[in-house]
Design a protein around this ligand. Structure first.
Ligand code: ATP
Ligand code: MG
Length: 221
C-alpha cells in the first residue's frame, strides 16, 4: 500500500539504499570471517573498521525506512548507533548513557560524516574514559537553533591528555573527527577539564540543496 503511494523515483532510491545497506552488511560479515584468523592490533583494526562500516550502513537503513527518503532523523539514528556500541563493548553496569537529541533531519552528505564522528567519540569514551572498575556517564546532546546544529559528546571520565585535544594528532580517531568536521564545514572543539567534551557545530545544509528548496517552495505555493 505504502509502495503504491511512492513515486517510481522514490521507490528506486529506497531500493538502492536497501542494497547499499545489505552490501555493507556483507562487508561487515566478511571482516568478521577475517577476524577469526587474527589477534592483537590486527584484530582491533578489523573490529574498528566493522564499527565504522556499521555507522554508515545504519544511515542507509534509516534512509530507506524513512518517510522522507532524503533525510535521516538524528533522534532515531543516534540512540540506535549508541546502543550498538554499548552492546558490542558490553558497557552495561559501568557506563550510563544519557542521550538528548532533538528531531533534526539531515541529508546523506552530512549524516554519514556525523555518524562516523559520533562513532569515534563515543568509542573513545567507552574505551578510555573509565579505566578499570571506574563507573561514569556519557552524555550525547544534539540541538538546533536557527539552522545551527550543535553536537556534544561529553564524558565525566579521566579526561583526554591535554595536548591530545589541541595538537595535530597522529592517532586515527581524532584525525578522522577533525577531518570529517572540515568536510561538513563544522567547527570542532575539545575540552578536557572535567572528563572530555567534544563539540561540533555546523549549519544544516538541508535547505541549501536546490532540489529540496524547489520541493519546499512547490508545497508552499
Ligand atoms: N574520552 C576520552 N577519555 C580519555 N582519554 C581519551 C578519550 N578520547 C581519547 N583519549 C585518548 O586520546 C588518544 C587518541 O584517541 P584516538 O581516538 O585519536 O586514537 P585511538 O582511540 O587510540 O585509536 P583509534 O581511534 O584509531 O582506534 C587515545 O589513545 C586516548 O589515550
Ligand atoms: Mg579512538
Amino acid at each position: 500500500m505504502l509502495q503504491q503511494l511512492l513515486t517510481g523515483k522514490e521507490w528506486l532510491l529506497k531500493e538502492v539504499h536497501h542494497r547499499v545497506k545489505n552490501n555493507l552488511h556483507t562487508v561487515i560479515c566478511l571482516l568478521e570471517s577475517q577476524a577469526r584468523y587474527l589477534e592483537n592490533d590486527a584484530l582491533k583494526a578489523i573490529e574498528s573498521s566493522q564499527h565504522r562500516i556499521f555507522a554508515m550502513s545504519l544511515i542507509h537503513q534509516k534512509l530507506y525506512q524513512s518517510e522522507d527518503i532524503k533525510t535521516i532523523d538524528m533522534a532515531s539514528y543516534i540512540p540506535e548507533l549508541t546502543q550498538s556500541l554499548q552492546d558490542s563493548f558490553e558497557t552495561s553496569g559501568k557506563i550510563q548513557f544519557n542521550i538528548h537529541v532533538e528531531k533534526i533531519e539531515l541529508g546523506l552528505s552530512q549524516a554519514i560524516p556525523l555518524g562516523l564522528i559520533l562513532n569515534e567519540a563515543v568509542t573513545n569514551s567507552i574505551k578510555y574514559a573509565f579505566p578499570g572498575e571506574k563507573k561514569g556517564n556519557v552524555f550525547i546532546l544534539m540541538v538546533e537553533e536557527k539552522g545551527l546544529i550543535k553536537l556534544e559528546i561529553i564524558d565525566n571520565g579521566i579526561g583526554m591528555p591535554h595536548d591530545q585535544c589541541k595538537k595535530a594528532t597522529d592517532s586515527l580517531g581524532l584525525k578522522l573527527i577533525k577531518g570529517l568536521s572540515e568536510d561538513i564545514q563544522a567547527d570542532f572543539s575539545c575540552e578536557a577539564e572535567f572528563g572530555t567534551k567534544i563539540t561540533i557545530t555546523f549549519r544544516n545544509q538541508d535547505m541549501a540543496d536546490p532540489e529540496r528548496y524547489i520541493d519546499a517552495n512547490a508545497v508552499a505555493v
